[in-house]
Write a new protein. Structure first.
Length: 263
């Protein structure tokens, strides 16, 4: 494996540097702001920019261009154009949270999926890390990243919603985590539409009404948003079962008190 320079000493850069070392790669860095990018050794044939998205282009512009050097960024939402004018450029985004350097390095070598685009040599990095390649064109990159944020960040935020509601009943978040893990396992096994259970799935509007009325007013909008998402799944599931065309708009469902459960 070629020598790799990691630019950016945050969680992503530090995790990747440790992961690559753990699998036997020759890695320099991660280096920070004080590193002179004009003095990069000729032996470095792969440079990974692991900075924040808004700094990637400016960092790339300071790196001497070379036909033999691959320049890679770790952004999920940016295309390879952010690395212009380098002739060989690629993107590499790991589909896994990197909360700490140690845990991040472990996850990066655990067989996860990496979204890639650009120069195909980037797939060698994925192979070395024992990962799986997901090709994502630049035109689809922002939507891909939106899905990734929902899959990780929004789920974490949703569990904060669970924690607050549980606490209002004197219950710990831990009591609900096995339920969440099982639900995610069911999604993997059956798909979201068929994994959905509960009052929205069976049309139990009276129970949903009681839920909303029991909640602190500050939690009701989040709960109703979740009901709306579940209704979308139910509608598409029923349409697929009946062979109907998808409806453009879901009907509004109101509670007994007249408040919209989805608005």
């Amino acid at each position: 494996m070629a020598q790799v320079l990691i630019i950016g000493a945050g969680r992503a850069g530090s995790s990747l540097a440790r992961a690559l070392r753990d699998v036997g790669c020759d890695v320099e860095g991660p280096v920070g702001r004080g590193y002179d990018l004009t003095t990069i050794a000729a032996a470095i044939t792969t440079i990974v920019i692991a900075t924040s998205d808004d700094a990637i282009s400016s960092v790339a512009a300071k790196i001497p261009s070379s036909e033999r050097r691959l320049v890679v960024h770790l952004s999920g939402s940016l295309g390879v154009d952010a690395l212009a004018p380098h002739p060989r450029r690629a993107s590499l985004h790991p589909l896994v949270p990197l909360p700490t350097t140690e845990l991040g390095a472990q996850r990066l070598t655990s067989g996860i999926t990496f979204a890639v685009a650009g120069d195909t040599q980037v797939q060698e990095l994925v192979s070395v890390l024992r990962g799986k390649v997901l090709d994502v064109d630049d035109d689809d990159r922002v939507r891909y990243h939106a899905a990734a944020c929902v899959a990780a960040n929004h789920v974490v935020a949703l569990m904060g919603h669970v924690e607050r509601i549980a606490a209002s009943a004197g219950l710990p978040l831990e009591a609900f985590l096995d339920l969440t893990r099982a639900a995610v396992d069911d999604v993997a096994r059956f798909g979201p539409r068929n994994a959905l259970t509960g009052p929205v799935s069976r049309g139990d509007w009276a129970t949903l009404d009681r839920h909303v009325e029991s909640l602190d007013p500050s939690e009701r909008a989040s709960y109703r948003a979740g009901v709306g998402l579940a209704l979308e799944l139910v509608a598409t599931r029923d349409q697929l079962q009946q062979g109907d065309d998808p409806v453009e708009e879901l009907p509004e469902v109101r509670s007994a008190s007249g408040a919209s459960l989805v608005g």
